[in-house]
Design a protein around this ligand. Structure first.
Ligand code: ATP
Ligand code: MG
Length: 416
């Protein structure tokens, strides 16, 4: 017996169905906002993530599934979607050839973290990126779209937390201030933070161990006039969009490439792993990866955590409409043809096996939750007919010509 790897899950029904529903809701919302889908590779060059996500981030430093492949190449399973999307944007010159710079992706991400409720080593993200738009309208639009998606999927009770990290200029001065502050208390910091504050002092504020205490006492970033204006316009436009949010100046987010607006969606119902979505602006990333100057903003929601929030919502009824039963061995072929005709008519239909006894087939019919059993026995075979037996009521069976059966069932099934 070979088990699955720790942190890697089998998504079984009905949970798999929840995932599908979330994805359907997302696709609908993306359609409303003019986003097109991209499907990106799961495996990329390791340096893509080192350069974009950042080598002092938890994701790259501690959590990446990186290895040398058979050809001696340093590769990594993608821990997040933005680097691959930005790579594809540059590689395919989408700034010139694309419609509007709005893209979404849905797929698995991989991070070697300690598995626990809501935290897995393979998990699914739905992400959206709007590349080429520096305006606060894009910030408000993308956050409003995210809130719409959560609503559409049925996820309630989330809160949006917002902050601005300013631009490179705002951060240059801040970096020195923060570094001096952190150096002064380096012996109180956790081991990884002590090792990285010189390279990236901001990381300490995002650290799960040190962050909360530092947030209280650390010096605060002050925004340059242009960044302050951008942030205040974003807040105004969010109000116009009807989005409720709280500003939290200690929100820093765990990735290196963010500039200006950053945000997180949290749900208290999730307990420890309360982040449902993270996102922000990354105005310098595309250029720093070798592309054109293309300001951008995006986010990624965790589908696994959304599914946890929805797990008490009943799964939609997926029972078949019809269940075909052959009440005589010789009727198998006719029953099999009827099954084909029912499905061709768009009626979800099932059977167990026409080689089994009538009793066993009827037991399966009941278990399936189907609305009707369609029986072909010896008499029906002679007459070219089929008996329709409602399974939810005790009586009311009747016989119709086989060819009329699909239309008859369609008429009697509740319209979806
Ligand atoms: P956390 O603080 O929980 O580690 P994060 O900041 O690392 O989250 P992001 O990189 O912003 O997360 O990813 C966006 C979303 O993806 C998260 O809000 C979460 O819903 C989901 N996510 C991240 N890591 C995992 C994981 N290991 N298992 C399940 N979902 C995850
Ligand atoms: Mg994380």
């Amino acid at each position: 017996m070979i088990n699955s790897l720790r942190g890697f899950r089998d998504l079984l029904p009905p949970e798999s169905d929840l995932f599908a529903r979330i994805e359907t809701a997302a696709r609908e919302v993306f359609g409303l906002y003019g986003y097109q889908e991209v499907r990106l590779p799961v495996l990329e060059k390791k340096e893509l993530f080192v350069k974009s996500t950042g080598d002092t981030t938890d994701i790259v430093e501690k959590e990446m599934y990186a290895f040398t492949d058979g050809g001696g190449r340093e590769v990594a399973l993608r821990p997040e979607g933005t680097p691959g999307l930005v790579r594809a944007y540059i590689e395919h010159n989408l700034g010139q050839t694309g419609r509007n710079g709005k893209y979404f992706y849905i797929g698995p991400m991989f991070r070697a973290e300690r598995p626990q409720a809501g935290r897995y080593r393979e998990f699914t993200q739905i992400g959206a990126e709007n590349i080429g738009n520096s305006s606060p309208y894009a910030d408000a639009e993308t956050i409003a779209m995210l809130v719409r998606l959560l609503e559409k999927a049925g996820v309630a009770g989330c809160s949006v937390v917002l902050n601005s990290l300013g631009c490179g200029d705002c951060r240059k001065a801040y970096r020195e201030l923060l570094l001096a502050f952190l150096r002064g208390r380096s012996e109180t910091l956790c081991e990884p933070c002590r090792g990285r504050i010189e390279r990236n002092p901001l990381r300490a504020l995002d650290c799960k161990t040190d962050g909360p205490a530092l947030a209280e006492t650390a010096p605060k970033l002050s925004l340059c006039p242009a960044c302050a204006e951008h942030f205040s316009r974003t807040r105004e436009l969010l109000k116009i969009s009807g989005v409720e949010f709280q500003v939290n100046t200690s929100l820093v987010r765990g990735l290196d490439y963010y500039t200006r607006t950053v945000f997180e969606v949290r749900s208290a119902a999730l307990g420890g792993q309360d982040a449902v979505c993270g996102g922000g602006r990354y105005d310098d990333l595309v250029r720093s990866m070798g592309g054109p100057a293309a300001p951008a903003i995006g986010w990624a929601v965790g589908v696994d955590r959304m599914a946890l929030l929805l797990k008490d919502k009943p799964a939609p009824d997926t029972a078949p409409g019809a269940f075909v039963v052959s009440a005589a061995k010789e009727a198998g072929e006719k029953a099999f043809a009827l099954l084909t005709a029912l499905r061709a008519a768009g009626i979800s239909s099932d059977y167990s096996s026409f080689d089994l006894s009538l009793k066993s087939q009827m037991r399966s019919a009941d278990k399936s939750g189907a609305s009707f059993a369609l029986l072909i026995g010896e008499d029906e075979l002679k007459a070219g007919a089929v008996t329709i037996k409602p399974l939810k009521e005790k009586s009311g069976q009747y016989t119709v010509p086989i060819k009329d059966a699909p239309a008859e069932i369609e008429k009697r099934l509740p319209k979806l």
